[in-house]
Each structure stands twice: as structure tokens, then as C-alpha cells.
Design a protein around this ligand. Sequence first.
Ligand code: ATP
Ligand code: MG
Length: 428
Amino acid sequence: MASKLQAVRGMNDLLPAVTPRWHAVEQCLRAVMERHGFAEVRLPLLEPTELFARTIGEVTDIVEKEMYTFLDRNGDSLTLRPEGTAGAVRAGIEHGLFQGQLLRWWYQGPMFRHERPQRGRYRQFHQIGAECFGSPAPELDAELIAMTARFWSELGLGGLRLELNSLGSREARAVYRERLQDYLRGHFDLLDEDSRRRLDSNPLRILDSKNPALSELIAGAPSLPDHLDAASREHFDRLCELLDDLKVTYTVNPRLVRGLDYYGRTVFEWVTDALGAQGTVCAGGRYDALVEQLGGRPTPAIGFALGVERLIELLAVSGIDPVQPRRMWYVVSTPGPCRAQALRLAQDLRAGDDAPTVLVDHAGGNFGKQMQRADKAGADVALILGEEELAEGTVTVRLLRASEPTQRRVPRDAVIATVARLASEEAS
Ligand code: ATP
Ligand code: MG
């Protein structure tokens, strides 16, 4: 016996029982982003490994230990994308799109990180994200953050909290970095292995540690906002003002740093207590230096990404079903020439955007059996084609969810109107 083949650990199959929920969420968010002028980009899942090392940063969880990296048949090092920003920046530079005008991009799709699989943390997971290129204005930060706030309100989700911070300028961070190092060196014995390693290379990342044993130490660390440069302070104050004005509620979290190196100034996360340890649903920030750092024209930018699995889980634990019920009609027919009629009827009824789902019974058997399947499929209308209907050019329309059995035999071209009339009679 061959051994059973299974999906790669941490990589999930999304089966028909769940995909309607995914579609509903994706459609909702896409509509909100379109209303804000964002256009979709679809970029490769594979990029040169160097791209991620140079953007995300060598001393980060992602680049140090989470990437799926391999040599292809030419011996080139490629990596399955762990996030979407690096590829977006690469594409913008490659196509010469950073010319000073404002670009609003969004993307969605799978990301890959070799993490320990657990609730809300997978090795293939999905993000929906957006990137804006071409403006340093705090108004843009505010608009983008307000857009994410609108996601939750349109989905009917309460209980997500917005945390906000500013990382300041590169120079201000350098000063802060030394202060932080001094503090942490003074408590070297309390640091875990990861933090000791990062103490020299990337001490800010220690603030982002998930290790609860470090939380007290981190709480006592010098505060990043106390070290902000004047321009970043002004940017941040203005952003707070604008969010107040837009009635987007936030809390300033001076420890919020984000796990990627490219951020500066604004960083934010949407967090919930309803998902256990993996409580960050959406995260983003400014990365004004990144485009230039990768060889493009200086182009200030800000973006975010949200974890679709976490968002869908949050909807589930909040008791929200985003799926709009679809009307479903089910065609049952007697064997023989009625079958072709059934196909043709279904074909006609499916025309147009607002057409219902129309299923044709293909398993056969008597009407009783077929009606049982109609019921099981969740149909609300059965359309019956027997010998008599075939001879007359009619169809019997039966409402399956009506309080009393309701059916009418009507000409084929009156089916749609008849269903509508019976349904409204039933409703009244
Ligand atoms: P975390 O701190 O939870 O590891 P992160 O800072 O690594 O998150 P980002 O790189 O900012 O995450 O990605 C943005 C969002 O993508 C996260 O807020 C989260 O919702 C989602 N996400 C990140 N990694 C995973 C994963 N392994 N599985 C599922 N969702 C994830
Ligand atoms: Mg992570």
C-alpha cells in the first residue's frame, strides 16, 4: 500500500463549505478599496531571495527562519513570497511606475512562512493588502487607516482596537537604538536567546518579542516616542488629529514596532482579544525609504496587510456570517426527452447577473427522490418537467419553503414571473 498523501503541514485546503465565506469577505473588502480608488496588482508568488533579504531585513524572524527558499534548476535562489510589499516595490521600480504621481495598489493571495502551525498561524496563509506610493502626507496615512476601519464596519465587526505608533526618522531611531541597547545590556541575564542575538544587530525587534517572560522588561524600556525627531512628531500629531476628525478611535502604543525593517514613522495594528495569541488581524505602516533603497526614485509610501484566515476566524467567533443567501432553483424531470428540456430551461433561466443558481438533477429516479435531493441541496424552488408539461410546453413551479404546498403549472416563459408572484404571495 502506498502511504497516504497529505497536504504540507500548515497548508490548508479551502473546501466548498468555507469558500463562500472567503468570497464574501474578499468581495466586501475589494468593494471598499475600489471606492477609495485602489487598483489590484497580481504579482509572482516567487521572487529572487535577495529581494526579501534587502527589504524585510536580514535580522528579522521572516528572513532568519521563516522563508521557503530553494535553488531552481538554474541554481538561482528563489523564495516563495512571505509578504506582499517587497514584490510591489520591485514591480513598481521595474516598470518605471514611481514617477511622483500617487499610486494606490491592492493585492491578495497566499503568503508562505515556515512558522510553527497553530490557530491563526499557518505556513501558507492569505493576505489582502494595499500600498500607496508617492505621498508623505499624514492625510494619506489617515485615509488609509480609515479605509481599514471601514472594512470592519462594513463586515459588521466590532471589538477591533487600533494601535498606533511612530518609529520616527532613521536618525532618531539610531539614537533610540543606543539608549535601548544600554538598557537591555543592563538586564542581559533576563533576555532570551533570540533577544541576546538581536541585542547588537536589531534591538528594536526585541520590543516585538512574543515571549511573555520578556514583557515586564519591555514595559520598563526607554520609550520610542520620547525620542521622536520634530518632523516625525509633527507628522504623528497631525495623523492623530485627522483620525480624531474622522472618528477613528485608536490608542497610542509606544512599544509597537512591527517585525519588518523597512518601516519608519507611522506604524499601526488592528488587534483583537477574541483570537487568543494570534490577535493581530491587520498591520501596516510607512516605508518612505524603501523604494529608493531598492534603486528606485525616492518615493514615500505606506501600506498594510491583513490576515484573511484571522479575519474569517474573527467573524466566526463573533457570530457573523457574511455570506448572502443565494436563491436556488432545482429542475426535476422524467427520463427521456424531458431531460433535454430540463437542460434548456436551466440554461435560459441562468441568463443575467441577477439570475438564481439553477441546478439540474442528474441522478434521476422518481420525482420523490429528485425532490428529496432538491431539498437537500437547499433549493427554494423546484421546477418540474414531466410528460404532460413536455406536451403542453409548460413547467410546474413549486415553492419548497412555503408554509403551505404551493404549485402552479405555467407556460415555460412565465416561470420567472410565476416564482416572483408566488414568493410575494407567500411573503404577504
Ligand atoms: P505576527 O506578529 O502575528 O507573527 P507579523 O508581524 O509577522 O504577525 P505581518 O508580516 O505584519 O505579520 O503580516 C500582516 C498580517 O498577516 C498579520 O497581522 C496577520 O494577520 C497575518 N499573518 C502573518 N503571519 C501569518 C501566519 N503565519 N498565518 C496566518 N496569518 C498570518
Ligand atoms: Mg510573524
